[in-house]
Design a protein around this ligand. Structure first.
Ligand code: PAF
Length: 283
């Protein structure tokens, strides 16, 4: 039977658990999560094992990246089954801080990312989000001091923002983006898929299908704005409220008008009933 990972809930316990790994000279990989683990997270863990001798997974539903009207309270919390899955995935350490360990009384510092964090995508609809993400991820990086940290490409803007933050703050960690894991019908795995009703679940792959078809058309040279306009209409037609479907420079996330202006990433966000889904694809 696989050995249960160490579970640390306070910074001193975490440091104590990491010390023997460091003493041995083992490389440490961190997979930051908010729990409710699915195959996408377990793929990050698998990639982490390829890059380091020790794998740490953090589980923390971070209150600072949710607005008051968002789903912080109802976000799925499945700690016991998460630990079971992480045991099977041979994770060494689970860093599951309490809210008081992460944000003790009097906590008064917040990172304010710019650049890709102000690209007019997720930030336009969730203005608090990247400040909360970078604040918690910078803390996770300084708490764990990993050699490498793995993030899913599904949250593409987050990946760009965190990569830039690590660079700007000279944090000695390599940020690695791992391709999105999808259901057979194309739906990107997400903890929030659990919110979808059965009829919504049937419609949800529309996003991936439109992204894929739009990427093919843009690659063939069709006018980008026309392809996107038709894509938005198709998604709306399926019953979503579209927040955005955009073509952006894959690194800077700046708007892009033509294929020759750089590698293109198509990004989409749309609401199906109460569930907000995001996805993206390279062109
Ligand atoms: O992608 C997530 O699950 C979260 O935004 C992260 C990176 C764990 C920060 O809370």
């Amino acid at each position: 039977m696989a050995k249960r990972p160490i579970i640390a809930r306070s910074v001193p316990t975490l440091r104590k658990a990491l010390a023997p790994f460091r003493k041995k000279g083992d490389r440490i990989a961190l997979v930051p999560t908010m729990g409710a683990l699915h195959q996408g997270h377990l793929t990050l863990v698998k990639e982490a094992h390829k890059r380091a001798e020790r794998v740490v997974v953090s589980i923390f539903v971070n209150p600072t990246q949710f607005a008051p009207h968002e789903d912080f309270g109802s976000y799925p919390r499945t700690f016991d089954s998460d630990v079971k899955a992480l045991t099977e995935a041979k994770v060494d350490l689970v860093w599951a801080p309490t809210a008081a360990a992460m944000y003790p009384e009097g906590f008064a510092t917040r990172i304010a990312p710019e650049g890709a964090a102000l690209a007019g995508l997720e930030d336009k609809f969730r203005p608090h989000f990247f400040g909360g993400v970078t604040t918690v991820v910078s803390k996770l990086f300084t708490q764990v001091m990993p050699d490498v940290a793995l993030f899913g490409q599904k949250d593409y803007q987050q990946l760009r923002v965190v990569t830039q933050m690590a660079k700007d703050l000279d944090l000695p960690v390599k940020v690695v983006g791992v391709p999105t894991v999808r259901e057979k019908d194309g739906l990107a795995l997400s903890s929030r898929n659990a919110y979808l009703s059965l009829p919504e679940r049937t419609l949800a792959p529309t996003l991936a299908r439109v992204l894929k078809a739009s990427a093919v058309r843009i690659k063939k040279g069709e006018p980008i704005e026309m392809v996107l306009e038709e894509g938005r209409a198709e998604i709306a037609q399926a019953g979503f409220a579209v927040d955005y479907l955009e073509a952006r420079h894959a690194v800077s996330l700046a708007p892009i008008a033509s294929l020759k202006d750089g590698p293109i990433r198509l990004l989409v966000a749309a609401k199906l009933g109460k569930t907000r889904l995001i996805d993206n694809i390279g062109v």
